[in-house]
Write a protein that binds this ligand. Structure first.
Ligand code: ADE
Length: 232
């Protein structure tokens, strides 16, 4: 098994993962830090990108091209769109789209650019592994469309527009960028998010309160996936 990339956007999203690693090595590169280490016999490379699609794109490309990871698992938090999703719930991305990508002036649908796709699908084998982990740990793991954009959404109107336009269940600021890079480089990827807020007027407040606890739920699940992958 090759090296597995584990990525988050914020320090809080990867700290619980780094804390478990053995043989930790730090490399500074491209104004960021990459953490190489071992988790229960599996080599991993961990990094947080910083928030947003541009930084996420850069970090994903570096994890693959420079650190030679052959799979990528993303761990973090998201705002809920689907009313069934509550704070702390886990959702894995089935498809990911960019809600802020707009060349509709030229007759294209929202989220689409020529030679791209509105929705990019996560790796089905990694999703199967995740379902097995959820079963083993007796956890509920939801699956749905995740919409990504360079906006912290704290508005019921914007959230409703994203729901209607993309049939999205949750939203965040990096997943679709990770998906575009991984799909382009033919690297299997998986995006997991634990809900931190409901992307409405309370979002900023809830995010501050639940970022750490939700990020840890996601991180713990990702670590169980690494262990399961190692034993495949
Ligand atoms: N990540 C977590 N909550 C979010 C929100 N409300 N908007 C964008 N990204 C988020």
């Amino acid at each position: 098994m090759g090296k597995i990339a584990i990525m988050g956007a914020m320090p809080e999203e990867i700290e619980p993962i780094i804390a478990t690693l053995h043989d930790l090595r730090e490399t500074e590169y491209a104004a960021n830090v990459y953490y190489e280490g071992n988790y229960k016999g599996q080599e991993v490379v961990v990094a947080y990108s910083k928030i947003g699609k541009v930084f996420a794109t850069l970090t994903t490309a570096i994890l693959i091209e420079r650190f030679c990871c052959d799979k990528l698992l993303f761990s973090g938090v998201a705002g809920a769109i689907n009313k069934e999703l509550k704070i702390g719930d886990l959702i894995m991305a089935d498809g990911l789209c960019q809600h802020d990508l707009d060349i509709t002036a030229f007759g294209h649908p929202y989220g689409f650019v020529p030679e791209g796709d509105v929705c990019i699908w996560a790796d089905s084998w990694l999703k199967q592994i995740a379902k097995k982990v959820a079963y083993d740990k007796n956890l509920i793991l939801k699956e749905g469309i995740i919409a990504t954009g360079d906006q912290f959404v704290a508005s019921s109107e914007r959230k409703e527009w994203i729901r209607q336009t993309f049939k999205a269940d949750a939203l965040e600021m990096e997943g679709a960028a990770v998906a575009v890079v991984c799909a382009s480089l033919d690297v299997p990827f998986f995006v997991l998010r634990a809900i931190s807020d409901s992307a409405d007027m309370d979002a900023g407040f809830d995010f501050d309160e639940f970022l750490k606890s939700s990020a840890k739920l996601s991180a713990n699940f990702i670590l169980s996936m690494v262990e399961k992958l190692k034993n495949q």
